[in-house]
Design a protein around this ligand. Structure first.
Ligand SMILES: [Cu+2]
Length: 199
């Protein structure tokens, strides 16, 4: 008797968790961020040991978007990039359904650095829905053989992690004007978060 009750309670609890998770996934936009770092030894061999970047992905109901910023690339050079399934440590295939602002005939995102070695680009999707059970990452590949590193080799990668700050999206040059007087500026982290005591 006792055992049966325990089982019933356990399954109710499991159902509750499952329905909360799925209701949440179908609702508001979620933001994911990635910090890209060099993937060695390929990056160093390619002369890109200091490559860094960041990506921001918004998984909305329909208008999903991803923005990528990369620094310390070779000047004026074409690279490839994607949103991938899997983490940087266990990279899967590029996620289908993304349309990159510039791309090659195969649909690979293309990224061209400026004279300073910086590059910015973005992509959109109407079908992307992050599976909470899966990992995603953003990476950059050399498009051409570089110092013996074969074309297509990943030289920078960052794992996408859900952002705690997904509620406060920052629209282009609007509402922040009201905070101009704040000497710390609108983008500084909140001090109370930085000094949280260790537990
Ligand atoms: Cu890729």
């Amino acid at each position: 008797m006792t055992r049966r009750i325990t089982v019933a309670i356990a399954s109710i609890a499991a159902l509750g968790i499952a329905s909360i998770a799925s209701a949440d996934a179908g609702h508001s936009a979620k933001t994911y961020k990635a910090s890209l770092d060099a993937v060695d030894p390929a990056a160093t061999t390619a002369g890109l040991a200091d490559v860094v970047g960041h990506a921001r992905l918004v998984d909305a109901k329909k208008h999903d978007k991803v923005a990528l910023h990369v620094r310390n690339l070779a000047p004026g050079t074409l690279y490839l990039w994607h949103v991938h399934g899997g983490s940087c440590a266990a990279t899967g295939a590029p996620v289908a359904g993304w349309t990159y602002r510039t791309h090659d005939a195969g649909g690979n995102g293309t990224l061209t650095s400026n004279a300073s070695g910086n590059a910015n680009t973005k992509g959109t999707s109407v079908t992307f829905t992050a599976d909470p059970a899966k990992r995603y990452s953003v990476n950059v590949h050399v498009a051409a053989p570089t110092n013996g590193v074969p074309a297509g080799t990943i030289i920078a990668c960052g794992d996408l992690n859900a952002s705690k700050a997904s509620g406060k999206s920052k629209p282009h040059g609007s509402s922040d004007n009201s905070r101009r007087g704040d000497e710390h500026g609108p983008n500084k982290p909140h001090p109370s978060q930085a000094h949280r005591p260790k537990s």
